[in-house]
Each structure stands twice: as structure tokens, then as C-alpha cells.
Design a protein around this ligand. Sequence first.
Ligand SMILES: *Cc1c(COP(=O)(O)O)cnc(C)c1O
Length: 495
Amino acid sequence: MEVLYSSTRDKSRKIKASEAILKGLADDGGLFVPDNVPAFDFSLSSLKDMDYKATAYNVMKLLLTDFTEEELKYCINGAYDSKFDTEEIAPLVYADGAYYLELFHGKTIAFKDMALSILPFLMTTAAKKNNVKEKIIILTATSGDTGKAALAGFADVPGTGIVVFYPKNGVSAIQEKQMVTQKGDNVKVIGITGNFDDAQTGVKMMFNDDELKAELKEKGYVFSSANSINIGRLVPQIVYYVYAYGNLLKNGKISEGDKINVVVPTGNFGNILAAYYAKTMGLPINKLICASNENKVLYDFFETGKYDRNREFILTSSPSMDILISSNLERLIYTIAGCDDKKNAGFMESLKSTGVYTITDDMKEKLADFVGGYATEQQCASKIKDLYDKTGYVIDTHTSVAAYVYDDYKAKTGDNTPAVIASTASPYKFMHSVMTAIDKKYDGLNDFELIDELAKVSGVDVPGAVEDIRTAPVLHTDVCDKEEMKSRVKAFLGI
Ligand SMILES: *Cc1c(COP(=O)(O)O)cnc(C)c1O
């Protein structure tokens, strides 16, 4: 059955998956959502025999229905290859009562690689299918990890260009070095003197700027987005939850049909939304546990039904979750509003004008599968140390937020359903925070000095991605105010 996509703010116009991938964001500022979420057409037990690529094909074909089998397999095979440092692509590691789904074995050692390895293939295939003649310019705001993963994915991909904005003082030293050393003739990296929300708002404004779009079109360019609002990122993220379930089945940890809990360290709400779609499609998920750091706007939302971004923005040691406007939540709001586009548009208007909206009691009831939790900086650090002391396993700060929230959930509820924790970054990406959590003696050392220390402590080899940037030259030094973002993009494109 064909799945079509429409905006969360106006569902009157429907487009194909490939068109939605090309557009990224709908013209009205809404996000594309599928008009129906198909159920799996395979049995859960068949997952035992599927590798990552086979799982990806079987899941993605249900939602990207206008891609042919050949096209989709071309994209999957191109993405999930030796760019990953393990054939398993997303290994599951058991430690102290939970399964850690390691989503950081790609090029940039964070979970964004899971989707951004395939997005350039999906996008260039979509462009071909739709006879797009313009060069596709990817415009991206990043809280640290998306930027590098998108740069790595799109660098030197013919027919594309990419501009990445990141908060100059809001990312880790490793994250920044990864981005500013990016090679490629079609890439541009710019720091902004604001936070992630400023960067994201600036990018959204450019997407909604009709004058700018017309100007671009005339010069042979068209914008698209690699942010997690793109359906071409969301769909590939569903895959690894299904794959993890297959892994648990294959290894006899669960029986077919048994439920699992899923715990996700959350920022823009893309990763956990993918788990929600997996559940809707038929994956036996009991609770979706949404873990926040001290920027706990989502925790408060799940507690009260009121989304309120009017609060201090806190810089934490899990910077990829330092977000007050979780864009992908809009897809959930639309869904629990009974796919009522006008109602959703009203909430989003209210969010834009006042920073607040409150959902109805009916809608709140539909959130019963979600549990919100949060960890303070202290709790996040203690969990890293605790797990390390008990098991020798070292996790990063984002994963630790989720691990702490999971412990807390289990203690409060006694729910012992097997749990999969999305492990979203390698500890090598957030070295200083991880190492000082384990032992204060590392405090005087910087990220780069700590690389070898972490290798000793964890027994995990230094990833290639980290080795590379130790010596790579800095190629991007631009910094601008949020008001200047548009002129910087135009300068890069020579218009
Ligand atoms: C992006 C990111 C997150 C947050 O994921 P969302 O899909 O934005 O909720 C968590 N951890 C890491 C390491 C990330 O890079």
C-alpha cells in the first residue's frame, strides 16, 4: 500500500516519500508525517535471520513506498558498509541489568551516523526520481553531532552542497574539531554566537523565506534539510530498534512477542519518535522512556501536559541534548491530536508566540506509553562511575543520562521488562566529562590529552575518527551572529 506524506500543519496536500525527503520541511513550517503507519509484513521471529541490511530493507520499504527495491537496496548497501567499524552495525552490549544498543560505530562515533550515512543516498536517489535539476544545498543547525555526521555524509557528493551552523561555545572540543577539520569542496562550517535553538531557528527561517528560495532557484539551487525533521532520517532510525529486538530473540534473551522497554537520551525527539513508530508498526515495546538532562522541558511536558520553553538554557556535559524546542515532538502532538492539522498548527503558533502550549486531557491520555525522566549533571557523572566500577563498561554522558533515568524508573516502578538503552555516542566523543566522572585526577587534562587514558581505562581501541582529527588541519574558522546566517549562506553560494 502506498504511503503518502503531508504536513503536520496542513494535511490537504499529499506528496510521495521521495518528495518529502527532498523538501525536508513543509512550506507551512510543519513536518512531514506518513498518512498511515503500516504494520510489519514479516513475523518477529524472522528477524532472527536478518542482518542489519535485511532488517533495514524490510522496515524502510514499508514507509518509503515510492522507492523501488533496487533503489532502496542501493541506498542501504551504500550506507551500511565498512564505514562502520563492526559488521553488526549496531551491537547490543549487556551491562548491569540493561542492554546498551551501541549506535556509535559509524564514521563520526555518534548515533547520527545511523541515519546520516543513508540520507545522501536517499536524497540523491530522490532527486533523480523527481528530475530535480538544481543543486541541493543542505542547510543544517547542529548541537554537535548532526553537523559532523551530515558533513561526513554529504562531503563531495555530486549535486549537493552543505552548510552547517553550530553554537560556537556549545559543543565539546572533539565535536568542534571534527567539524572544523571537514574536507570537501562543497562544505561550509560556521560557528554562531548563540545556542542551538538560535541556530535551529535561523535555519528554519531560511527554509521559510520565499524570497530567498526564489533567488536560489534562479541561480540553480534548492534547499533541503539533514536535520532530524527530515523523514529520510526518521525512517532509517526505526530500523535499529527492530534489529535490537531480533538480536535479543536470536540470543534467547526474550521470546517472540515479549515486550521490551526502550530508553532514549533525548534532545530533538527524533530518536525516541523512531521507537514510537517502531511500536506503532508492531514492535512489542512496553514503555518509551524519554530521558532528559537538566534542560528538562520534555520531562515537565510528560508530567504536566504543558510544553514550556520559557526557561534558562543550561549548558551541560551532554550538549547534544541541550535543547528547549524539540522539533520532532510536533509529529507526536499531531498524532495524539487525532491527526488534526489545525489543532496542531494552533499549538505550534502558541509555542512560537508565547513559548508555551498545553495539550488537552484527551491528548494526554494518549501519552500513556511514554515516561519522562531526567538526570542532573551530578547524577549523570555518578552513573558513569558506578557502571564503570561495577562492570568496566564506559558510557558517554548522553547514554549515562538515559542509564540513570532507567535506574530511577526501575526503582520507582519495579518494572523489570528487559530494557534497551540507546547508547548514542562513543565515550571518546565526550572524553573530558567521561574521564573526570571516573576520576577527578583527570581534571587538568583536555579532551585530546585524555585519548590514551580512556583507551587504558576502557580497554576499547581509539576509534579511527578520533585518531584522524588529532592531526587534521583546521579548515573552517568563520563565526557570525544569528542575524548574519542568511548572508553567510548567500556568500558561500556566491549570490
Ligand atoms: C542527537 C543526539 C541525541 C538526541 O537525539 P534526538 O533525536 O535529537 O532526541 C542524544 N545523544 C547524542 C549523542 C546525540 O548526538
